[in-house]
Design a protein around this ligand. Structure first.
Ligand SMILES: Cc1cc2nc3c(=O)[nH]c(=O)nc-3n(C[C@H](O)[C@H](O)[C@H](O)COP(=O)(O)OP(=O)(O)OC[C@H]3O[C@@H](n4cnc5c(N)ncnc54)[C@H](O)[C@@H]3O)c2cc1C
Length: 665
């Protein structure tokens, strides 16, 4: 085989480095044989193997060899480029060679992890390496581009995750837009009375943070608002926010709530969303007394003025000179420019009706855990009294764990918080009603700080624990309106039928219903369960695959409040690092147009998922905005005249790589 040339710039001098990755690679691939083989390939000047190439000594080997052997190209055969391409590009650059004269071969995920036959795996590694040696010789030197970062940040979702992220960024001196789609911030935590395992009052720890958001000079809070469009790229996002009409002017409303009192409906009549339908509200309402902002909302679906135009408008009368009520208010769009985005859109609870044999929606005294949170809450629909639909206190209560979690038919994953909130509810129900409480569980999962101690405490309080999956909930034939909960007790090895007055379903945590739409809007990915996917579970747990967009809280997966707050802090810190760096480097593996070949057919424009391609009328040619291009290659493959090419994926490079793989056949 002829000595490889680097496009006429003289013969290339390649260094090849093979990583053992402990035994991850070396257990299945004969790294010594591979190194010896690499040394025989044309253009290879030096070939080495090392236990951990990504370690400091491993990287040092590359740098030293570049200097001593005058290398012009480097190849590392190791793990996925996703993990360490950056590391080795840096090492190559520090050695004095253009970082894009480096190529990485994945002999772990693509080879040792998926094969058992050592000889076959070693042969495959040789094929991959031979292909890389051919390709790297043709690599062109490329430069990363610097783009400035806009200093403002956007946080989407005002639950505890979004609140904490926004405050962290704002306290660091950055301006933050916090966008929440409900009329108030607070998320699920605002619905709880107490939180496990310490049983501290949720409102006492949450509401001061909510107020801090409202009063912080660096935070612009937009509730009742949603993101409708996101354009741009890391450091330079252009975001359009739809601000829904409240029919109340936020700046004029002082939160006196007199309009609610004065409403022509003397009694609340309509299902109250914040109380999950367990209470009623008027057409003009505030979700809960500590809502932030403390501004009322008018529901046009139920307000007489909207329905018939014939209301006495006592609300307007009582508002007087403040003139805060505005039936003409229109939806409006705001355009903002931000450098970074933290997504904190949270979760929804599992819809209990999906498991019909638990009787939710059929038997009135079957509740979800979230509903019971509202019953327990002193500011809830019953003033904190745990009562049945007939207003009597329950004497026996069953709590069914894992409803919509750890179940082949619904969600296979564990929702992580249900065991602990079930223990919390068991404790609070017993404390408030002195009822007998039965927990039906599969396993108790209590792995957090002070969680096991809390479990022991609840068990010592006399709460019953029955290990077994509930098979049925049905009415007792005794005529007292009780329910029988039937389960096989796997510890006693017998079927138990426990009569109770109330059943609490410990519903799991699911992705928001619109998670896929939000994912598309922000151009991020979802895991198989539908939660937003982090870039790397261990090394980049708050990053997404879209630079500049970070994740916080339950939108990434089920977690409790301490973990949510920790993750929100981490997401804010990552955003801060970007903002404070002031500029960001864009990878150069972008597509470009060879103008003389472009026929101006425009077929590439609608295909680009990043809206990076436009048409230059004056030239009648397509144009690619490098800052927006993510190098996906769709336009390159689709261009009928072959006029779109891509850095680092030039036809010659790909063809010689393919030839390299096939050369061993
Ligand atoms: C019944 C129950 C009891 C629990 N008890 C406890 C407990 O005692 N202790 C504990 O540590 N944990 C508990 N948890 C877990 C706790 O609820 C979560 O850890 C916490 O709420 C996660 O906060 P978050 O901000 O990520 O999500 P959320 O609380 O869901 O907040 C998300 C926010 O984003 C908003 N939003 C959603 N989509 C958009 C959008 N597209 N645009 C704008 N805004 C949007 C939502 O309206 C919401 O305000 C419990 C969970 C349940 C179900």
């Amino acid at each position: 085989m002829a000595e490889p040339k680097d496009n006429g710039n003289g013969a290339v001098r390649i260094g090849v480095y093979i990583c053992h990755c402990g035994t991850n690679i070396a257990g299945t691939v004969d790294v010594r044989a591979l190194t010896e083989y690499a040394a025989t390939l044309p253009g290879v000047v030096v070939a080495r193997d090392y236990k951990y190439m990504c370690s400091d000594p491993g990287q040092e080997l590359i740098k030293q060899d570049i200097r001593e052997h005058n290398l012009t190209r480097t190849i590392v055969a190791a793990c996925s480029p996703l993990l360490h391409e950056h590391t080795f590009r840096n090492a190559t650059a520090q050695g004095g060679v253009n970082p894009f004269h480096f190529h990485m071969v994945n002999i772990r995920e693509h080879d040792s992890w998926v094969h058992e036959d050592k000889q076959a795996a070693t042969e495959k590694a040789k094929d991959l390496l031979r292909a890389a040696v051919r390709r790297v010789a043709l690599h062109q030197p490329l430069e990363r581009k610097q783009v400035p970062i806009k200093p403002d940040a956007l946080v989407v979702g005002g639950g505890i995750a979004g609140i904490h992220a926004a405050l962290t960024l704002a306290n660091a001196g950055k301006h933050v837009y916090l966008v929440e789609r409900e009329p108030t911030i607070g998320g699920h935590m605002a619905k709880f009375d107490k939180t496990f395992p310490t049983l501290d009052c949720a409102a006492c720890i949450l509401t001061p943070k909510m107020t801090a958001v409202k009063t912080h000079p660096n935070i612009t809070l937009w509730t009742y608002s949603e993101i409708v469009q996101v354009e741009g790229y890391v450091g330079n996002f252009k975001v359009t926010v739809r601000r829904k009409p409240r029919y109340v002017l936020e700046d004029a409303c002082v939160g006196c709530l007199e309009c609610i009192e004065a409403c022509v409906y003397k009694q609340p009549k309509f299902a109250d969303e914040f109380n999950l339908g367990l209470g009623k509200r008027k057409p003009v309402y505030i979700p809960f007394p500590q809502a932030v902002p403390p501004v009322v909302v008018i529901d046009p679906e139920t307000c007489i003025e909207f329905k018939s135009g014939k209301c006495k408008k006592t609300c307007v009368e009582v508002c007087g000179d403040r003139n805060a009520i505005d039936f003409q208010q229109q939806e409006r769009m705001e355009m903002i420019e931000v450098g970074t985005i933290v997504l904190a859109t949270g979760f929804q609870v599992f819809q209990a009706k999906r498991i019909p044999y638990y009787g939710y929606g059929t038997y009135p005294n079957v509740y979800t855990a979230l509903e019971v949170e509202r019953l327990i809450n002193a500011a809830g629909p019953t003033g904190g009294e745990i009562v049945l639909r007939n207003s009597e206190r329950p004497k026996a209560v069953a709590i069914i764990h894992c409803v919509g979690s750890r179940d082949e038919n619904t969600n296979r994953y564990c929702s992580r918080v249900c065991c602990m909130y079930s223990l919390k509810l068991a404790h609070l129900i017993k404390e408030k009603t002195e009822a007998e409480v039965y927990n039906f569980y599969i396993d108790i999962r209590a792995p957090g700080k002070a969680f096991e101690e809390f479990y022991n405490r609840v068990a010592e309080e006399g709460v019953h624990f029955i290990r077994g999956k509930v098979a049925d909930v049905y009415p007792d034939s005794d005529g007292h309106g009780r329910l029988i909960v039937q389960a096989e007790d796997t510890l006693l090895g017998m079927v138990r039928k426990i009569p109770v007055d109330m059943v609490v379903l410990s519903v799991g945590l699911e992705p928001q219903a619109d998670a896929q739409e939000v994912r598309r809007l922000f151009n991020i990915t979802c895991s198989t369960e539908g939660f937003f996917l982090e870039r790397h579970p261990k090394l980049a747990p708050v990053n997404t695959f879209t630079d500049g967009i970070f994740l916080a809280g339950c939108c990434q997966g089920p977690k409790d409040i301490p973990d949510t707050v920790a993750q929100a802090g981490a997401a804010a810190a990552e955003a801060l690092v970007l903002i404070d760096t002031g500029s960001v480097e864009l990878e150069p593996n972008t597509a470009y147009i060879v103008e003389e070949d472009c026929s101006g057919c425009k077929s590439c424009i609608p295909l680009c998922p990043y809206t990076a391609i436009s048409f230059v009328e004056a030239k009648k040619k397509a144009w690619i905005n490098e800052a927006l291009c993510k190098g996906c290659g769709v336009c390159v493959a689709a261009c009928p005249s072959g006029s779109i090419r891509q850095n680092l994926f030039e036809d010659e490079e790909i063809f010689s790589e393919i030839e390299g793989v096939l050369a061993g056949v």
